[in-house]
Each structure stands twice: as C-alpha cells, then as structure tokens.
Design a protein around this ligand. Structure first.
Ligand code: C5P
Length: 237
C-alpha cells in the first residue's frame, strides 16, 4: 500500500475491554510508553465514567471512545460535543442514524480547533444476512456497507470502523484522506476467539487500514507489554 496512507501517529489501538476502572487502569499503566491509543467501549465507559476517561488522557493516552451513538440528531450532536470537551480523539456513531444525524454530529464540532475524528459504523460485523433480513434490509451486508459508507461520505464523514474484509472497498470509497479503523486483528498464531473476519496487523494495514484495534491478543496475553511490542515490531518492519 501507499505508505503515505499510514498516519505518522502509531496505528495500534488497544481495546480496554474490562468491566471496571481498576483493571483497565492497571493495564493502561503497564502499556504506558509503548501504546498511545486506547479504546474505551460501552462496558467500561458505563462502569467507570467520564472521569476515568479524563484520567487516561491526563496520563498521556489518546482515547478512542467507542459508544456507537445512534439517536435523534439533536441528542447525538450534544453527545458529540460532550465527548469532544472530555478530550477524546476518536468517537463512533452509527451511519444508520442517517445523513441528518451525521451532519449534526459533524457540525457540532466543526468550530473546534482540534476536533475528534468521527468514525461511522456501517453494518455491525455481528450481523449476517439472516440478521439484516430480519430488520428489513434486502441488500447483502456488503452492499449495505457500501451504501452506508457512500451516504456517510456525502454527509461529510470520512472516518469508518470496518472489518478487514471491508477495508479495501472503503479505502477505494474514501480515498487517501479517509480514516479507517479496523478491529478483528489477530497476530499470526494467536487465538481467534469469537472473531470471524480476521487479518494480521500487517495485512490489515496493507489492505488500507489507518489504525488497527487489538483487544484480547494483548489484554489477555501473559505479558501484554511484550505482545503489544511484538505487534509494533511487526508493523514497523
Ligand atoms: O479482543 P478483540 O481483539 O476481538 O477486540 C476487538 C475490539 O474491537 C472489541 O472492543 C470489539 O468490541 C471491537 N469491535 C469489533 N468488531 C467491530 C467493531 C468493534 O471487534 N465491528
């Protein structure tokens, strides 16, 4: 891939999928100095709250707040403003909220000097054809991803969360300026767990990902710091 697409920033984001602040802070502490980006999702955010996020930021981490917002435009705009004032650097919202919701989110932070990167989620990777059909979508999941991505881009959103399977299509749609964040990453030889569409860190970046999200291969490793450093070695070499 064109190396200009890889941000100078480190592309590794570690998913802090823990049920409480103490466990998450302990791991964040161990990763300090090796990993800059941490992802805080619904489980941890609901348990630990905004002050916990501020604490991570104070310690020098960049935070990807993965709350997958999906509500009426006014409510989402307010939530995006609140997240921006916390100081998070990436924030997710559902493209299925529609173009007016996406535009409201974008406009809510348009005047900030250094706004967080908004990332749209298209079709959840847990949704297969049976699930999308059940909610009335006739297109295949892949077609629905492309439709929602085009709609998001038209609404001014150039960041997406996408599986390794979707990343090259989305890179085609967004061009070099798109910010593509890809979970479902498994270093060669690691446990696959419940993930289905996976790629190694190097493959995902070669396919066009700007950032990779890695959870259990680091958080459940015997030595999380070494596991993170090994991934960093692989992607830099
Ligand atoms: O442990 P693992 O590496 O599978 O963690 C991946 C992280 O990325 C988890 O926080 C998961 O919720 C998130 N994620 C995902 N697939 C998506 C979107 C988010 O695995 N499509």
């Amino acid at each position: 891939m064109d190396l200009n697409l890889v941000p100078k920033d480190s592309p590794l984001i570690v998913a802090l999928d823990f049920p409480d602040a103490a466990t998450a802070l302990a791991l964040a502490g161990r990763l300090e100095g090796s990993v800059k980006w941490l992802k805080v999702g619904l489980e941890l955010y609901i348990a630990a709250g905004p002050m916990f996020v501020e604490e991570l930021i104070k310690r020098g981490h960049s935070i990807f707040l993965d709350l997958k917002l999906h509500d009426i435009p006014n409510t989402v705009a307010g939530a995006v403003r609140s997240a921006a004032s916390l100081g998070v650097r990436m924030l997710t919202l559902h493209a299925a909220g529609g173009p007016i919701m996406l535009e409201a989110a974008k406009n809510a932070i348009a005047n900030l000097e250094n706004p967080p990167q908004l990332l749209a989620v298209t079709v959840l990777t847990s949704m297969d054809q049976a699930q999308t059909t059940a909610i009335g979508i006739e297109r295949s999941p892949a077609e629905q991803v492309a439709l929602l991505a085009r709609m998001g881009i038209a609404a001014g959103i150039n960041g997406f969360v996408c599986s390794p399977e979707e990343v090259s299509k989305l890179r085609e749609l967004t061009g070099a300026s798109g910010v593509l964040v890809t979970p479902g990453i498994r270093p060669a030889g690691s446990e696959v767990g419940d993930q289905k569409r996976i790629a190694t860190p190097t493959e995902a970046l070669r396919l066009g990902a700007s950032y990779i999200v890695v959870g259990r291969p680091i958080t459940q490793a015997k030595n999380p710091v070494e596991a993170a450093r090994e991934i960093l070695r692989q992607i830099s070499g």
